[in-house]
Design a protein around this ligand. Structure first.
Ligand code: GLN
Length: 281
């Protein structure tokens, strides 16, 4: 099979199976297998695939037809212009979460101490640290396997980071020490009963513990907002990703817990996506 034929074949297989973005998925899987780039489809379309490449590509297309996420097949996801390693132990970084990282970049000053709860792949904390100087960053997660991924990502990015990073296993604040200028979190926030309604890639392949926010989806916001006081400086900032319909409820919890300057930031689809709050003096 030549390169273009492989692409067309994969695209058709994915299209017939109703996999969204079939052309993009076929191209990215082909490039992953052949270690090629975007231009090869046009510049090198006659290139013959080796038998190994052909086998691997067919296998990956088959898995994608079964709705294994593209990122689990390639092992990568770009976030904030940075390449992150991912696997089934972490939530795949979402484009929506770049709103949280962007808000963090506005709120965080060089040399701040930053805590990232539910860090997962580490994408939020590490991207802030790549773009700021001298941050003292702590990423925590309840999942040891997630922390392994975060540490791998740190090692890959270490030359771009000039602050201090540590990753630590903790159920939210349970094992956290110290006081922070900024606390970030993209916690699980899907209502337990809604998880079955998500796309198969998310429902069957993202870690359930990274999605499930309890009966009303708000469990982690309650625990973070009521538990953060000893760990947040006076006037420190708490910035969290939220579900599109959770702003009102999360603002209520913040209001009841002495936070000021509460703002909601929308994502690129115009949906509520991030809340920012500052601890009162
Ligand atoms: N936004 C994620 C999704 O699309 C949910 C992530 C989370 O619960 N933090 O499923």
């Amino acid at each position: 099979m030549n390169y273009r034929k492989a692409y067309e074949w994969g695209k058709t297989r994915l299209e017939v199976a109703c996999v969204p973005e079939e052309a993009l998925n076929a191209r990215l899987l082909l490039e992953h297998v052949c270690k090629t780039g975007h231009n090869d489809l046009y510049a090198n379309s006659e290139r013959a695939l080796s038998a190994d490449e052909e086998n691997e590509y067919e296998n990956l297309i088959r898995l994608r037809v079964q709705r294994v996420p593209l990122q689990h097949l390639t092992g990568h996801q770009e976030f904030m212009g940075i390449d992150f390693s991912v696997n089934r132990d972490v939530l795949i970084p979402r484009q929506d979460t770049e709103i949280l990282a962007e808000e963090a970049l506005i709120a965080v000053s060089d040399s701040d101490r930053v805590l990232d709860l539910c860090t997962g792949s580490g994408c939020v904390l590490l991207s802030v640290m790549c773009y700021k100087n001298n941050i003292d960053g702590v990423g925590s997660d309840i999942s040891e396997k997630a922390l392994e991924v975060a540490k791998t990502n740190y090692e890959r990015l270490a030359s771009r980071i000039n602050g201090r990073v540590s990753f630590l296993k903790s159920d939210l604040f349970e094992s956290i020490g110290g006081v922070f200028d900024v606390i970030l979190a993209n916690p699980p926030y899907i209502r337990s009963t809604d998880i079955g309604l998500l796309m198969p890639e998310v429902r069957d392949h993202d870690p359930r513990m990274a999605l499930d926010g309890g009966e009303d989806g708000l469990d982690f916001y309650r625990r973070i907002i009521t538990g953060c006081d000893p760990f947040l400086e006076s006037e420190g900032k708490l910035i969290m990703e939220i579900g599109f319909d959770q702003a009102g409820d999360v603002i209520d919890i913040l209001d009841q817990n002495y936070f000021a300057d509460i703002r909601v930031i929308k994502d690129l689809s115009g949906l509520d996506r991030v809340v920012y709050a500052r601890k009162e003096k």
